[in-house]
Ligand binder design. Structure first.
Ligand code: FE2
Ligand code: FE2
Length: 334
């Protein structure tokens, strides 16, 4: 291991004194690392556009995890059994944890968490459009786990291999937890589908409402995707939006059949020649309307986050006061 590390350091040409290396030299080094599939780490030189792209993507991801606690959190107090309540509590807490890892990963790029949160609260930062839809029945909790966490897994598994080390490493644990989220949702739906006709109708209704927003989670079609080119070149994005969406549909349709539900797409059919499902047209007007703040729950979600931040001010103040006291005690030799 030691010799291998020595070889790699030599091959990277890391010996010259920093003052002798030009920006172009750093850029060439960065490009070579990307080409080799090496991780870029926080202390490594990186192009400013790469840093900004990562800050935007990781912070949007963090905001999505935190805002994503709200639709399901709404059902914790109304879970039908103690077991379901414990599962849902664990799931929602996991999402909070994902947000925290991701804010920490973004901070390694030289931006503070307060700045990121402030951008969210001011409406300047985006988060996943899916969390601006309401959770109307208990079946929504199951469908979110199955479809929304299922789509999140498809999106996030390639990120475990993304070029920025702290983001890639955070994703490994996040993906393990997302897998539990997907399974608990599917398990909840299986239980409901073996219940009464009213319960089965509830599941079908929830699938009807969440199917299209779940497909929109993969973002615009490749031809319209603004940030994909650079992200692909930099090894941040490994698989395109349309490829991921296709993988999700192909994995999910057999699960829908097993469950006994249909998806609300009259144009969905198996394409023998492609070995994949064809899907109907996505309503991108709806997508952009929700992204731009006009979904059914945008205002409610943002208001809930701002309220939580304000009501939590005393916790942050107490933590800072405690830290200051501990530091003063340490400095005083106690
Ligand atoms: Fe998550
Ligand atoms: Fe999740």
């Amino acid at each position: 291991m030691y010799t291998q590390a020595m070889d790699i350091a030599a091959a990277r040409g890391e010996d010259p004194a920093p003052g002798q290396v030009t920006d172009a030299g750093y850029q060439a080094e960065f490009d070579a690392k990307i080409d080799r599939g090496d991780f870029i780490e926080p202390k490594d030189w990186m192009p400013e556009a790469y840093r900004r792209t990562l800050v935007r993507q990781i912070s949007q991801h963090a905001h999505s995890e935190i805002v994503g606690m709200l639709p399901e959190g709404n059902w914790i107090g109304r879970a039908p059994t103690l077991e379901r309540k414990a599962i849902l509590l664990a799931k929602v807490q996991d999402e909070g944890g994902h947000g925290l890892y991701l804010y920490a990963a973004a901070e390694t790029l030289g931006v503070s968490r307060d700045t990121l949160v402030e951008a969210l609260h001011a409406g300047r930062a985006k988060y996943s459009s899916i969390f601006n839809y309401p959770t109307l029945t208990w079946a929504d909790v199951g469908v979110i786990g199955w479809l929304v966490d299922g789509a999140a897994i498809m999106n996030q598994i390639p990120l475990c291999r993304c070029s920025y080390g702290p983001y890639a490493r955070a994703m490994i644990r996040v993906c393990r937890e997302e897998s539990f989220h997907q399974r608990q949702g599917y398990d909840l739906l299986l239980a409901m589908m073996s219940g009464t006709a009213a319960q089965r109708d509830m599941v079908q209704d929830a699938v009807n409402r969440w199917w299209w927003p779940a497909l929109m989670m993969f973002g615009p079609h490749d031809a319209q995707s603004l940030n994909s080119g650079d992200s692909t070149r930099w090894g941040i994005k490994r698989i395109t939006n349309d490829e991921l969406r296709q993988k999700f549909v192909d994995a999910t349709i057999p699960q829908a059949k097993l469950l006994g539900v249909t998806v609300p797409d009259p144009d969905l059919r198996w394409n023998e020649a492609r070995g994949a499902h064809d899907v109907g047209a996505i309503d991108w007007d709806e997508f952009w309307s929700v992204v731009n703040g006009n979904g059914p729950c945008n205002q409610e979600r943002l208001a809930a986050r701002i309220r939580a931040w304000e009501e939590g001010a005393w916790v942050r103040e107490a933590a800072m006061a405690h830290a200051a006291k501990s530091e003063a005690r340490a400095a005083g030799g106690r």
